[in-house]
Design a protein around this ligand. Structure first.
Ligand SMILES: CC(C)(COP(=O)(O)OP(=O)(O)OC[C@H]1O[C@@H](n2cnc3c(N)ncnc32)[C@H](O)[C@@H]1OP(=O)(O)O)[C@@H](O)C(=O)NCCC(=O)NCCS
Length: 321
C-alpha cells in the first residue's frame, strides 16, 4: 500500500570539538556560538572515513535484516571519500549487499530529503522491496578553520533510514522538493581540480563560502513554502503533525519554522546542540534521535523538512509504523 520508514540508525565520530576549543582557533566565544546558533559541541572525523560512518549508521538501521533484501542504496553527501566509486557503491561492497543498485545524490543539506523523494518514486515504479537512504558528511574537511563565520557551524556524522514496501501501512503521505537559483552565490564550495599541461586554471579554495544572513533569510522562507506544500498535498493541518524533524543548521531557524507554522517548539526535534550542522546527515541523525527517544507511536504523523545549497529545499510527511 505504501513506502514506510522501517528503521533508522546513526553514527558519530569519536572526537568532540567543544566551543571553547574553537575560541583558540578564531576570534569567537562559546556564548556567542550558543546564542546565535544553539551549538555547544560537534564531532570531527579524525580516524573515521565517511564510509566508516555510513556503514555504521546503515548497520544500526538494518539490525538483523536479510542483506539480500536491500535492493537500492542512495547516499546523500557533498563530501564523498572518493568521486569514483560512489559512496553508494562503497557501502554496497563493504556490507555485501549484492542485490542493491547504489549511487550518490548531491542536493547539499537537502540531500536526505531528495534521497527519500527519489527512493519513494523508484520503489513504487520498480517494485523495490527495501532501500537504504544514507546521509553522510565529513564537512570539517571542507571547512575553512580561519573563517569564524563558518567554522563554528559544521560537524561530521552519518544517519540512515531503511525504507520498505508495506501492503498494509501508508508510510510516506506526501513529499515535495524545490530548487531555487542561488543568484548571489550565497552558499558555495569550489572544486580544486589538478592542472593539465593544456590549461592554467586559477587555484581555488575548496572550502564552504557562505553569506550567513542571506542563507538564513532563504531558509526561513523556503522551509515555510515546503512545509505548506506537503501539508496541502496530504490534506492535513500542521496541528495534525505530531513531530517535526528539521535540518539542524541553526536553532533560530528551527524556532522561526515553528513560529511560521504556528506550532510549539516542543514538537520540533532539536539535535544541533551536540552535532552542529552535518548537512545531508543532519536530518537522518535527528530522525534517529527522535525514533530512539521512545516518544513516537504507530500512526504518528512526522514531517522531515530541509533546505540547503543549490539552493534546494524539501519536505516529506510520513506516518510512523
Ligand atoms: C552564520 C550565522 C550563525 C551568523 O549569525 P548572524 O546573527 O547572522 O550574525 P552576522 O553574520 O550578522 O554577524 C553578526 C556579527 O557577529 C560576528 N561574528 C560572526 N561569526 C562570529 C563568531 N563565530 N564569533 C563571534 N562573532 C562572530 C560578525 O562578524 C558580525 O560582527 P559585526 O557586527 O562586527 O560585523 C547565521 O547567519 C546563520 O546561521 N545563517 C544560516 C547559515 C546556515 O544555515 N548555513 C547552512 C545552510 S544548510
Amino acid at each position: 500500500m505504501g513506502i514506510v520508514i522501517a528503521s533508522t540508525g546513526k553514527a558519530l565520530p569519536e572526537f568532540k570539538l567543544e566551543n571553547e576549543q574553537l575560541s583558540k582557533l578564531v576570534d569567537t566565544n562559546s556564548q556567542w556560538i550558543i546564542d546565535r546558533t544553539g551549538i555547544e559541541t560537534r564531532h570531527i572525523a579524525i580516524k573515521e572515513t565517511g564510509l566508516d560512518l555510513a556503514v555504521k549508521a546503515a548497520e544500526e538501521a538494518m539490525g538483523d535484516m536479510d542483506k539480500d533484501s536491500i535492493e537500492l542504496i542512495l547516499v546523500a553527501t557533498v563530501t564523498p571519500d572518493m568521486l569514483v566509486p560512489s559512496m553508494g557503491a562503497l557501502v554496497k561492497k563493504t556490507l555485501g549487499l549484492k542485490n542493491a543498485i547504489a549511487y550518490d545524490i548531491n542536493a547539499a543539506c537537502s540531500g536526505f530529503i531528495y534521497g527519500l523523494w527519489n527512493a519513494e518514486a523508484l520503489m513504487k515504479t520498480h517494485k523495490i522491496k527495501r532501500a537504504l537512504i544514507i546521509g553522510v558528511e565529513r564537512l570539517t574537511r571542507i571547512t575553512n578553520w580561519e573563517d569564524r563565520g563558518t567554522c563554528v557551524l559544521f560537524g561530521d556524522g552519518s544517519g540512515c533510514a531503511v525504507l520498505e514496501h508495506s501492503d498494509s501501512k501508508k508510510g510516506i503521505m506526501s513529499s515535495f522538493v524545490k530548487n531555487y537559483d542561488d543568484v548571489t552565490n550565497c552558499l558555495t564550495v569550489d572544486m580544486q581540480y589538478l592542472n593539465t599541461p593544456f590549461a592554467d586554471d586559477e587555484p581555488k579554495e575548496p572550502y564552504i563560502h557562505m553569506n550567513g544572513t542571506q542563507v538564513f533569510r532563504f531558509a526561513v522562507g523556503a522551509i515555510g513554502e515546503v512545509m505548506d506544500a506537503v501539508l496541502q498535498k496530504a490534506g492535513i493541518k500542521a496541528d495534525d503533525v505530531k513531530y517535526y524533524v528539521p535540518h539542524q543548521a541553526n536553532v533560530r531557524i528551527i524556532q522561526s519554522a515553528a513560529q511560521r507554522i504556528k506550532q510549539p517548539i516542543e514538537k520540533f526535534q532539536v539535535s544541533i546542540r551536540t552535532t552542529g550542522n552535518v548537512s545531508a546527515a543532519s536530518i537522518p541523525m535527528a530522525l534517529a534521535d527522535l525514533m530512539k527517544s521512545g516518544k513516537v507511536r504507530p500512526g504518528d504523523k512526522i514531517m522531515l523538512v530541509g533546505f540547503g545549497g543549490g539552493l534546494s529545499a524539501g519536505a516529506i510527511l510520513f506516518e510512523a509504523i
